[in-house]
Design a protein around this ligand. Structure first.
Ligand SMILES: [Ca+2]
Ligand SMILES: [Ca+2]
Ligand SMILES: [Ca+2]
Ligand SMILES: [Ca+2]
Length: 272
């Protein structure tokens, strides 16, 4: 919270009403939070932080990749001095103000007019002002807040290093590590399972296996004989949503060649 006004004579209360968007549902709850109070004690400014009751109070949320025909509702600014007679004018400045984010200067309602991409920009920093429409005097100290772009799962995992070419000695013990593959997912790793990747093997069983969590590929048989078969084409899949149905997936090919060990004693051709 940044308080830019230096002319606080008495404790000022600013109420910002926030509509909290619950992930993945159309449910809206609302929360009204009282802002920090500033008071002067012997010429010094002391800021008291109130408990936030588990809500991140100075954030709005807007869902990314919104495709609807109408602007998306973001939230509402509200000043305690607003009696509903239209004398309070709300002003929005900062990132995307007036272009992406439009405010109704009477009601304080903020809408997003464009489809946003969280993978390009995760949040916008804006400033809210409430002024008297007739005198242009500020009714509240200007305050900073954030509009956070809420993630949806719109990026499949990708193997940026593949395809891979590796070797493993023939006759290796079962469970010998061959290679670790890694898929990256551009979605938000801090929320939900949109970027939580699980690995599986699509092709290459029963000779090889992959660890679902680490992506480590191992030999799954012993006695794999180069003289019987030398090349294996293993296909590994990475699926987000922790591997659940509906997750997005990407795959890569791992070309594995068994290298020779000296396991065939020389034999003389038998003469008839
Ligand atoms: Ca996106
Ligand atoms: Ca994803
Ligand atoms: Ca996303
Ligand atoms: Ca050999």
């Amino acid at each position: 919270m940044k308080i830019t006004s230096t002319s606080c004579i008495c404790p000022v209360l600013v109420c910002l009403c926030f509509v909290q968007r619950c992930y993945g549902t159309a449910h809206h709850g609302s929360i009204k939070v009282t802002r920090n109070q500033t008071k002067h004690i012997e010429g010094e400014t002391e800021v008291h932080h109130r408990p936030k009751r588990g809500w991140v109070w100075n954030q709005f949320f807007v869902l990314e990749e919104h495709m609807g025909p109408d602007p998306q509702y973001v939230g509402k600014l509200h000043s305690n001095s607003d009696k509903g007679d239209g004398s309070v004018k709300y002003i929005l400045t900062g990132e995307g103000a007036g272009t992406i984010f439009i405010i109704d200067d009477t009601t304080g309602d903020i809408h997003s007019t464009k489809s946003l991409d969280r993978e390009k920009k995760t949040h916008y920093v804006l400033h809210a002002q409430a002024i008297d429409r007739w005198t242009n005097k500020p009714l509240e100290p200007e305050s900073e807040f954030i509009i956070k772009v809420q993630d949806i799962n719109d990026n499949a995992p990708k193997f940026t290093d593949g395809p891979y070419i590796v070797t493993v000695p023939e006759m290796s013990d079962m469970g010998t590590s061959v290679l670790q593959v890694t898929a990256t997912d551009a979605d938000d790793p801090t929320y939900g399972n949109s970027a939580r990747v699980v690995y599986s093997i699509l092709q290459g069983q029963p000779y090889f296996s992959v660890d679902p969590k680490t992506g480590v590929i191992r030999t799954a048989l012993h006695n794999m004989d180069r003289e019987a078969r030398e090349h294996y084409s293993v296909v590994i899949q990475a699926k987000d949503m922790a591997g659940q149905v509906g997750g997005l997936s990407g795959s890569t090919t791992v070309n594995i060649t068994l290298t020779d060990v000296n396991d065939n004693p020389p034999r003389f051709p038998q003469s008839m």
